[in-house]
Design a protein around this ligand. Structure first.
Ligand code: PHE
Ligand code: ZN
Ligand code: ZN
Length: 504
């Protein structure tokens, strides 16, 4: 009882006059509470951070924060400075890694029989400009023997399916094709990645994706004796890129019972990425700044990941380079990728597997329940979103770290049921600017941003204080045996734009 009274007196003194409290009590800070930390997260603060990121992107003609860009490097340096400005509350570091990225890519022309046609460029496509007959490749173009000699100097027309896009482009290259077209094996258009070069089977050629309708039409016409000439003119710039994760770990708190949380700092080439994932970046940054005013019991690590858009590169690099004893120190990981979508839903990762049959390691269900309770007490509806490998929780799940987090939606179309639960417009994408140039500050919904920002604060305050009711880490969990297969598995999705780039 007595200690409660003393604490109360200290807290009153601190709030009455922080300067006086500092003089009297040195480094005294009150223990963090959910209410206090949530109160520190404001629309103004979130908006200011988002504006800073947009300003970085718009200061350069390319208006992107893709890894390797000036604006992405500005983002990384700004985060480091912001976190270092908190009077040594955090150990802050940059974690450098290297990859190959397509830093520009465009289709200058795609014409069939002289008329413009619709195609999309594969990531990591070579540059090229060819006008030549289409030559149909046998089967699905997964074997060198599928490529007739007549492909040489001409444009290979290949069906999607059975193997990676990259294998098809490389085999077309080895067969001497001037360019390649991969047509869909299901309705609609698609896009994807050839995968980071090089490949042992050969060099990529200029490669584009077209719809099944267009592709099978060409195949039939050619089978009927027609000669079809196409023009493929694409320019890409593929470079070795050096990039950085930003890591900040509290100096205080029990390092053996750490909470980790993360968001990705990079955008796609097409736009500044302010909802995807400037929102998560600023959300966790604002919480990190607010947390520094408080005492904590458990340590917290904030991870700002690079290269998410090229396939979870930064979070994968982090997890793969973490010593086993440090992996074991992380009780759980919370991910925030897109938390201010303009036509939002309030989604929580399906930790218990009740909605999508893919559960996370023990503890993931507790994270989900915690966040459900948060939305309930805020008077808001919530729904579940699958652990489908599309964001940076993936590498954490792979090593058995329980995960959770929130999400307000990407390219998916809002259903009537979602409109009834969350408002907004049914039949319209949850984020109509997903992976597009218009993903800027004007794309954000500030109510969703604030609500999810406060959810981050609530979770951090809670787990930085106690893991009560949370299962102990099972640190003997083996690395999941099939993470690679899971990453390229597209059976659960037929989406046109995704962050885990489609490889087949
Ligand atoms: N990670 C995806 C992207 O960056 C978006 C996404 C986030 C999808 C969370 C599903 C769940 O493009
Ligand atoms: Zn994202
Ligand atoms: Zn994205």
């Amino acid at each position: 009882m007595r200690s409660t009274i003393v604490l109360g007196t200290l807290a009153a003194a601190a709030s009455a006059s922080p300067a006086l409290a500092r003089r009297q009590y040195g480094t005294y800070k009150p223990l963090v509470t959910s209410e206090a930390l949530q109160a520190d997260i404001t629309k103004e603060g979130l908006l200011e951070g988002a504006q800073t990121l947009e300003d970085f992107a718009y200061a350069y003609p390319r208006r992107t924060r893709i890894i390797g860009s000036e604006a992405h490097n500005d983002t990384v340096n700004w985060l480091k400075e912001e976190l270092e400005a908190l009077d040594g509350y955090y150990d802050v570091s940059l974690q450098n890694f290297f990859t190959v990225a397509m830093i520009t890519g465009q289709i200058n022309a795609f014409k069939v029989s002289g008329s413009n046609a619709s195609a999309s460029l594969f990531e990591y496509s070579a540059s090229g400009n060819a006008t030549a007959p289409l030559v149909v490749v046998a089967n699905r173009g997964c074997n060198a023997t599928d490529y007739p000699a007549t492909v040489s100097g001409n444009i290979a027309l290949i069906s999607r399916g059975s193997c990676d896009f990259g294998l098809k482009s490389a085999l077309a290259g080895t067969a001497g094709a001037a360019a390649a077209i991969i047509y869909n094996n299901a309705a609609g258009e698609f896009n994807g990645t050839l995968g980071v070069p090089p490949r042992p089977e050969g060099n990529y050629v200029a490669t584009v994706a077209i719809s099944q309708q267009l592709g099978t039409g060409f195949v039939q016409a050619i089978a009927g004796g027609a000669n079809i000439t196409a023009t493929i003119d694409v320019t890409t710039d593929i470079q070795n890129v050096s990039t950085y994760n930003v890591l900040a770990t509290t100096k205080g708190g029990d390092q053996n019972n750490k909470l980790a949380l993360g968001a990705h700092t990079d955008s796609v080439l097409a736009g500044p990425g302010i909802n995807d994932d400037g929102s998560g970046t600023v959300g966790i940054l604002e919480v990190a700044k607010a947390l520094s005013k408080y005492e904590i019991k458990n340590a917290v690590t904030f991870g700002f990941w690079a290269g998410e858009e090229e396939g979870l590169l930064g979070s994968t690099y982090y997890v793969e380079h973490l010593p086993a004893n440090e992996t074991a120190q992380i009780r759980g990981y919370l991910n925030f990728d897109m938390i201010a979508s303009p036509n939002y839903i309030h989604a929580i990762y399906d930790g218990d597997g009740s909605a999508f049959n893919v559960s996370g390691p023990p503890g993931s269900a507790q994270f989900e329940k915690f966040l459900e309770d948060y939305f309930t007490s805020a008077g808001e509806n919530f729904t579940a979103t699958a652990f489908d490998g599309r964001s940076d929780y993936g590498p954490f799940l792979d090593v058995g770290i329980p995960s959770g987090g929130t999400f307000t939606g990407a390219e998916e179309i809002k259903t009537e049921a979602e409109a009834a639960a969350f408002g907004g417009e049914a039949g319209v994408a949850l984020d109509k600017c997903y992976h597009a140039a218009c993903d800027n500050v004007a794309n954000l919904d500030l109510d969703a941003f604030e609500l999810h920002g406060k959810a981050i604060a609530a979770a951090v305050a809670t787990y930085a204080t106690s893991w009560e009711g949370f299962p102990a880490r099972n640190t003997t969990v083996a690395r999941r045996s099939v993470p690679r297969a899971r990453r390229t598995n597209e059976s659960r999705h037929h989406r046109s734009r995704r962050s885990q780039p489609l490889k087949k």
